[in-house]
Design a protein around this ligand. Structure first.
Ligand code: FAD
Length: 369
């Protein structure tokens, strides 16, 4: 998506783009994510500004490319007790709360916004919810395909799949693994979490790490889940929630052991086919597991069933994905000029789907496209 959004902005500004992809179709993080255009937990300052700008760009691009499935669905985070409520209230007291569209909803109000959350708001599991109006969603499995179709229709875009970029050649050119050299006014390497090979050769060791996540997707729910949903474990991970109230929560309410072991939070979004995409875990230690573990899935199922007040539909898919994240997590992205005319853009972390249009816009502005 980072590469595709660079192509989008370049074409918008009248340039021609050759987009080189190693696989027959993209298979990286941009396809494996939730498709959450996630504003709610972003750190104040540059990170929030980038996410808000990206949210605006997604909405505009989504209006022109309906196939990517943009919808302004907002999110609800049910809070289950006074400690979690205090964290939500602290978030509401932030100076940037209004920009995020934060609101504290009573259980009745939350149920009216998302009637599928009967377990949370009718059965007394949660007493209130943090609403974030700015959160939105797209369809990760469709977005790149839909954007590519729109780009191809401009006549200014060429997609070259099944070619791996192997070398940077002089200035402004790359050689692929078929020996073909592609020259442009600018080269932007958007290689996602592939930090070895080409990236190590042209940039050395960069301050970017890899993070692996486990995900799952269900059969259709059979009713609308009108908002994205998070659980209060997300308060522990997103910088926007750092507060004395969070310190008190962490001290008094240890996280569920499975959730703590796998650095988990619940995030859930309904796909356009009605299925639920549910995650996630965070693995930082290498070597990464090559298989998926059941315990985290069982934990997520328990949490989701408590919110829905009904059994989860059958799981249809399980997968893992890896993203690249700046080691200094306050940095939005790693953008580096590696040679004259050649830039590397990677490391947007768990917010790369959200921020990709704004990250690419910044590159376009900085390079004077
Ligand atoms: C499970 C999961 C859930 C996530 N959820 C969200 C979310 O809901 N919201 C959000 O904002 N972010 C989310 N993220 C993060 C987000 O998905 C990533 O930050 C973002 O997709 C990164 O995009 P990218 O284009 O840099 O990488 P990728 O999508 O991985 O793309 C990199 C591409 O480069 C190609 N490539 C690499 N090297 C070469 C080469 N030498 N030659 C040719 N091609 C090459 C690869 O084949 C690949 O297609 C999630 C990530 C994961 C893994």
């Amino acid at each position: 998506m980072v590469g595709t959004m660079h192509a989008w902005h370049a074409v918008e500004r009248g340039h021609e783009v050759v987009h080189i992809e190693r696989e027959a179709e993209a298979r990286g993080a941009s396809l494996r994510n939730f498709g959450q255009i996630w504003v709610s937990g972003r750190a104040g300052g540059e990170e929030l500004d980038t996410a808000l700008r990206a949210r605006e760009l997604w909405e505009g691009i989504g209006a022109r490319v309906p196939g990517l499935g943009f919808r302004a669905n907002g999110s609800l985070t049910p809070v289950r007790n006074e400690l979690e409520l205090a964290v939500a209230e602290a978030a509401l007291a932030r100076p940037d709360a209004a920009a995020r569209g934060y609101k504290l909803l009573t259980a009745g109000e939350a149920l009216a916004v998302n009637p599928a959350l009967r377990g949370a708001f009718e059965n007394g599991v949660a007493q209130a919810a943090l609403w974030c109006e700015r959160d939105a969603a797209v369809e990760p499995r469709l977005a790149q395909l839909a954007l590519r179709e729109a780009l191809l229709a401009t006549g200014k875009y060429t997609f070259l799949p099944n070619r791996e970029v192997r070398d940077v050649v002089g200035e402004n050119a790359v050689r692929d693994d078929r020996g073909d050299v592609h020259t442009g006014d600018a080269v932007v390497l958007c290689t996602g979490a592939w930090l070895s090979g080409l990236v190590r050769e042209v940039a050395g060791e960069i301050p970017v790490r890899r993070v692996r996540l486990q995900m799952m997707q269900t059969e259709p729910l059979g009713e609308p889940l009108t908002t994205s949903v998070a659980d209060a474990d997300s308060f522990r991970y997103y910088p926007a929630y750092a507060s004395e109230a969070l310190d008190a929560l962490q001290a008094a309410q240890p996280q569920d052991p499975t959730a703590a072991a796998h650095k988990m939070q619940l995030l859930m979004v309904q796909r356009l086919d009605g299925g639920l995409t549910i995650g996630d875990t965070h693995e930082y230690e290498h070597p990464f597991a090559f298989d998926t573990l059941e315990d985290p899935y069982e934990h997520l199922t328990r949490v989701v069933e408590s919110f829905l007040g009904r059994p989860l539909p059958k799981i249809r898919r399980r997968w893992a994905g890896v993203y690249a994240q700046c080691v200094d997590t306050s940095r939005v992205v790693h953008r580096q000029r590696v040679r004259d005319g050649v830039w590397l853009v990677t490391g947007p972390g768990g917010r790369g789907m959200t921020c990709s249009p704004a990250i690419a816009e910044t590159t376009a502005n900085e390079l004077g496209w």
